[in-house]
Design a protein around this ligand. Structure first.
Ligand code: ADP
Length: 421
């Protein structure tokens, strides 16, 4: 679009130049008084210079020089020649030209060259066209001179500018429509690819789990039947790695399920869900040393997606167990729930190893691990954040390294739920 404006500028330069050259030829033939000949000559020099600047790619400077000089010379002409010639009307096409040739990026110049002719017109009217203290040129022929020509040329120039602006706007609309269509199409393609990718991840993870479960089963049988110490040691290590691989695949399935499936709305008894989660995590190393405090009513009901809620709680409680402080005698994990207006706030706290301040803002990133004690994939908290965001809630961490961590989840409470409480 800016290219069109530059083309218009060079056309205006050429047409004005040509017009003034013709006027100069007529003036010479009619032996018009010298100052007018000189004004015309100055104009041609400036227009030529502006054209040169344009050719050298100093386009903005060319526009400024052209409009600046033409406005100034026009103001002087309006003062020196009789007002009856209506030379003042040329300021109006200059306003239209300023509007048309400057792009939105050069808006301040556009505004300046709309303001400048308006200011000149006002001052000329207020001083009764005596801007130069009453200095006037002697007039040959009638006072009105080429009044009609001036008015007609101005009207034609304004019309051409308006026509250009209308065409320019239409062109912009067309480009915008094409762009919108292009974005919509790309968006649809992306959604399709995303869906395919999600389905691929989900089915691959599922397919990977089936043989892995067989391997785990076979290892268990082999462990029962093998009495050789070295072989048993190898089998235990294989079982441990297979278990980690299974955890990783489960995490990928959790992530994919969250991305793929719609949110469910079901009644959740938070207390019962937490008890279930804690029970399932009792085999994690160190879990037996931990005291759990569930500071929420056993009857507390929440409306939400139970399986998603379970993944969130399971990840947070398992982290609280995994990252316990081995030097701490009384290990604890506390879970509390509070209603705050339309939100439910869940806090999961522990007195584990805590998280270093420099890692606290990265903790929810994909595959991020804050300690080399972690044997996990670094996906857990990423999935937790994805789920909480999908539910429309938020999660925050406060942690003191060496003392423990608090994870605060804020979840929106649905209408249905409010009615029940
Ligand atoms: P993973 O446990 O598989 O490494 P997570 O995404 O669950 O991955 O956690 C990312 C990192 O955050 C962990 O590696 C650990 O360093 C840190 N972390 C998470 N929860 C806790 C916690 N309760 N106490 C201390 N560190 C934690």
């Amino acid at each position: 679009m800016n290219k069109q404006k530059d083309i218009l500028h060079v056309r205006v330069l050429l047409i004005t130049g040509l017009g003034i050259l013709t006027k100069l030829a007529v003036d010479i033939q009619q032996a018009t008084i010298k100052p007018i000949l000189f004004f015309n000559l100055y104009m041609i020099i400036f227009i030529g210079f502006a054209y040169l600047l344009f050719k050298k790619n100093h386009i903005l400077f060319s526009k400024i020089l052209f409009l600046g000089m033409v406005n100034l010379l026009l103001a002087v002409m309006c003062s020196l020649l009789p007002k009856e010639r209506w030379i003042v009307v040329y300021f109006f096409p200059l306003i239209a030209i300023a509007y048309a040739i400057f792009s939105d990026d050069d808006n301040k110049w556009r505004l300046l060259f709309i303001f400048l002719p308006s200011a000149f017109i006002t001052i000329l009217v207020l001083t009764d066209f005596n801007l130069l203290g009453g200095l006037k040129l002697p007039v040959i022929g009638s006072k009105e001179g080429n009044m009609n020509v001036n008015v007609i040329v101005s009207i034609v120039a304004i019309s051409l500018c308006i026509d250009f602006l209308i065409k320019n706007t239409r062109e912009s609309e067309k480009v915008l429509r094409n762009m919108t269509y292009d974005i919509q199409r790309k968006n649809m393609d992306l959604e399709k690819i995303n869906g395919e990718l999600d389905r691929f991840v989900y089915s691959t993870s599922h397919d990977l789990r089936a043989p892995l479960l067989s391997i785990q089963g076979l290892i268990k049988i082999a462990l029962v039947e093998t009495h050789d110490v070295t072989a048993r040691d190898y089998l235990t290590k294989i079982a441990d790695r297979a278990c980690k691989l299974d955890d990783f695949i489960k995490e990928i399935i959790d992530y994919s399920r969250n991305a793929r499936t719609e949110l469910k709305s079901e009644q959740i008894n938070l207390y019962a869900l937490l008890t279930e989660v804690i029970d399932e995590l009792k085999y994690i190393e160190g879990a037996e040393r931990i005291q759990y405090s569930l500071m929420l009513s056993p009857d507390e009901l929440l409306i939400g997606d139970r399986s998603r809620m379970k993944i969130v709680l399971s990840n947070l409680v398992s982290n609280a167990i995994k990252y316990h402080n081995p030097r701490e005698a009384n290990l604890w994990v506390k879970v509390s729930a509070n209603r705050e207006g339309n939100f439910c706030q869940l806090t999961i706290s522990d007195n584990g190893i805590g998280i270093k301040p420099e890692f606290q803002n990265k903790i929810f990133d994909m595959f991020f691990r804050a300690t080399d004690k972690s044997t996990g994939s670094g996906l857990g908290l990423f999935i937790v954040k994805e789920i909480v965001t999908k539910i429309g809630g938020s999660i925050a961490l406060t942690s003191v390294y060496g003392k423990g961590s608090d994870f605060l989840i804020t979840l929106p409470v649905t209408e249905n739920e409010n009615e029940q409480s």
